[in-house]
Every structure is written in structure tokens, then in C-alpha cells.
Design a protein around this ligand. Structure first.
Ligand SMILES: CC(C)(COP(=O)(O)OP(=O)(O)OC[C@H]1O[C@@H](n2cnc3c(N)ncnc32)[C@H](O)[C@@H]1OP(=O)(O)O)[C@@H](O)C(=O)NCCC(=O)NCCS
Length: 147
């Protein structure tokens, strides 16, 4: 298994980026300034994007694994990699996500704790209704993790 930072043509991974954030104009707000990590196990399996938010805080903006490889530990491996990569560079990593129990569990299992919520984020910032596994996303839930 190998994890690389992708610096050129980040949009080549738009298919995976859209799994995590289905509106391309929202991805465009962070992709250029973010660092994109790609996990390969033979082929590409997962990606994530991390941005600098301040001298001490970075934010996981996106993480996705190709659907046929969900539940095989690739997402968690990628998270463990970026935790060590950013250890010493920032003190806190944030992530904002929809209010869905399975995704909150995924982050909590990887050491994040719920921090705060931005009400109506998905209503105010997206041009269409976002449904994740049958749940309409309304508020953005932020979780944080010490690095
Ligand atoms: C979230 C995601 C990246 C996890 O990747 P992964 O490679 O499957 O990660 P892991 O195998 O390390 O962990 C899987 C865990 O995710 C949880 N999970 C996340 N999304 C889930 C979903 N839609 N349905 C069921 N379980 C889900 C499971 O609880 C599972 O935990 P378990 O191993 O204890 O059963 C992957 O589900 C994904 O690509 N989802 C679509 C994109 C997305 O929603 N990204 C997050 C946006 S904030």
C-alpha cells in the first residue's frame, strides 16, 4: 500500500471527490488550496483533501473510497497517515460532515469528537437537496481531533 500527495491535475480524481461532496462548485472552493492524498493498493482506492485554516488548525475537507472497497479499512488507513503527516504542523484537525450516524461513527472510531454544528449549512450552500442514504442533510456537524 502506498499513499502519495497529488500536486498536478487534482481534478483527475473528480469521480472520488464527488462521492464525498456532490456539488463540484463546492469542491472548487477548497481543491486548489488543499493537499490531496491518494491511497493506492495496486489501484487507487481512496483520496482525501486537507486545507490549512490557521497556523494551528487544518481541516479534512473530503475523504472517499471507491464504493466496491468500502469497509476494508482504506479510509481509516488514510486518516492515520494524515494524522502523522500533520503531527507537529498543526495542533487540531477539523472535519465537517452531514448529520448521519454511520459517518459520525467512522470519524469517532478514528479519534474525532463532535465539536459544534452549523445550522442549515446544506440548505444555505447547495443548489439542490442533498440526500445521503435516505437522510436529507441540513446541518453541518463539525468534529475535531488533536494532532
Ligand atoms: C466514509 C468512507 C470514506 C469510509 O471509507 P472506508 O474505506 O470504507 O473506511 P473504513 O473501511 O476504514 O471504515 C469503514 C467504516 O465507515 C462506516 N461508514 C461510513 N459510511 C458508511 C455508510 N454510508 N454506510 C455504512 N457504513 C458507513 C462504517 O461504520 C465502517 O465502520 P466498520 O468498519 O466499523 O463497520 C467511505 O464510506 C466513503 O467513501 N463514503 C462516501 C463518501 C463520503 O461520504 N465521505 C465523507 C464525506 S464527509
Amino acid at each position: 500500500m502506498e499513499i502519495k500527495i497529488v500536486r498536478e491535475n487534482k481534478k483527475q480524481h473528480l469521480d472520488l471527490l464527488l462521492l464525498a461532496d456532490e456539488q463540484e462548485s463546492m469542491i472548487d472552493k477548497y481543491l486548489d488550496r488543499g493537499e490531496l492524498f491518494a491511497l493506492f493498493d495496486g489501484d487507487l482506492k481512496s483520496i482525501c483533501v486537507v486545507t490549512r485554516e490557521s497556523d494551528t488548525v487544518c481541516e479534512l475537507k473530503s475523504i472517499a473510497t471507491y464504493e466496491q472497497f468500502h469497509g476494508q479499512g482504506y479510509g481509516s488507513k488514510l486518516l492515520q497517515h494524515i494524522f502523522s503527516y500533520y503531527h507537529g504542523k498543526y495542533s487540531t484537525m477539523l472535519v465537517g460532515t452531514g448529520d448521519c450516524p454511520w459517518i459520525l461513527r467512522f470519524y469517532e472510531k478514528n479519534g474525532f469528537q463532535i465539536s459544534h454544528r452549523v445550522e442549515n449549512f446544506f440548505i444555505d450552500n447547495y443548489d439542490h437537496v442533498i440526500i445521503d442514504n435516505g437522510i436529507q442533510l441540513v446541518d453541518m456537524v463539525y468534529l475535531s481531533r488533536d494532532l
